[in-house]
Design a protein. Structure first.
Length: 348
């Protein structure tokens, strides 16, 4: 059975799909699965052994309308139909993912109107499945796959299927990456989120206080930065804490190599925190306006104690300007984070 999976983005959502692929691999050895995905996240699809190939395509990176977009969609349609898929599974539940799933010319399965992010997208599916909103995104994906491919509802710990990839990353790396890995022990700090969700970010002064505690026991704090805003933020933290080190711009492969050499991580509700968790790195994830999505024995989840959290909103209604401190993040004090992180560093 040849299946096209459509799950375009984001990094966290893509990672939350991997345990469902592991379930599928164990239950249905007859399925050949390809993945239609945004180019930025295609490496993640290639890490799972059940994925035969990745189709890289992005609607948002192309001008809306015009001949270029029409040509790109037409080319993708021809290539997908040449594969003669038996089923297209849209696990994202959006208009754009449902549209792209139809390009394969196969029967399309997806979420029902009660379960999809954009309910009207369900009317584009020939096969609709109800998955409760209550569980984590990981469990929702696992339940959707179980319904689509007719195997028992999965239970037990999620397996991301990345064991072989982790072993490869523990091997030799490029010189610059190897230098980062082999010097003094370090903790990774995932301090930034997308521009739309900046209210999820922990204050810079809290990061400084955490770095100082790490420095007292001989640890570095490594912080990635992908744009000018994040670089300026890291620069302000490094000026106040000498054991903080800014990471250069890295691809997902190189970040993975650094993650498997780290001692632990502290992060926001962001894709890099989910990647670290998928790789088995112990850590502490901080949630303010959003609800926890991680469920793992090696991850400590700290939710803001503010009465309004989690509000689920990209904008804090308790502040007048974006420059003001976010109450739910301010209340996640460094002492509380350190109390959760210290046992992870002390563990063998």
């Amino acid at each position: 059975m040849k299946v096209l999976l459509v799950r375009l983005s984001s990094l966290g959502d893509v990672l939350h799909t991997l345990p469902a692929l592991t379930d599928l691999q164990a239950a249905r050895g007859d399925v050949l699965l390809d993945w239609l995905i945004e180019p930025a996240f295609a490496p993640v699809a290639s890490w799972h052994p059940v994925v035969r190939r990745s189709w890289e395509f992005s609607l948002r990176q192309r001008p809306r309308g015009g001949k270029e977009l029409l040509r790109a969609v037409g080319r993708l349609r021809r290539e997908l139909r040449a594969e003669a898929y038996d089923l297209a599974l849209d696990s994202q539940g959006l208009y754009k993912s449902a549209f792209l799933a139809h390009l394969a010319g196969a029967r399309v399965a997806g979420l029902s109107t009660r379960s999809a992010r954009e309910p009207l997208a369900s009317y584009l599916y020939g096969q609709r499945h109800v998955v409760p909103w209550g569980p984590t995104a990981i469990q929702r994906n696992r339940e959707l796959f179980a319904q689509v491919f007719a195997y028992p509802r999965p239970a037990g710990a999620a397996d991301y299927g990345l064991a072989s990839q982790i072993e490869r990353w523990r091997g030799p790396a490029a010189a610059g990456i190897e230098t980062l890995r082999q010097s003094t022990p370090f903790v990774l700090g995932f301090h930034a989120t997308s521009r739309a969700w900046q209210n999820k970010e922990w204050p810079a002064n809290h990061w400084v206080r955490l770095a100082q505690r790490l420095g007292e026991i001989g640890y570095r704090l490594l912080l990635p930065a992908v744009d000018e805003r994040e670089r300026l933020r890291v620069e302000s933290i490094t000026m106040a804490a000498p054991n903080v080190q800014a990471l250069p711009t890295l691809n997902l492969e190189d970040l993975g190599r650094i993650m498997v050499a780290a001692r632990a991580f502290v992060g926001m509700d962001t894709g890099l925190s989910y990647l670290a968790a998928a790789l088995g790195l112990p850590g502490v994830t901080l949630y303010g306006p959003t609800a926890p999505e991680q469920a793992s024995r090696q991850i400590t989840v700290l939710q803001s104690a503010e009465s309004c959290a989690p509000c689920g909103s990209t904008r804090c209604r308790r502040i007048a300007t974006p420059e003001e401190p976010i109450p739910c993040q301010e209340s996640l004090l460094p002492e509380r984070v350190w109390a959760a992180l210290a046992p992870l560093l002390a563990a063998p």
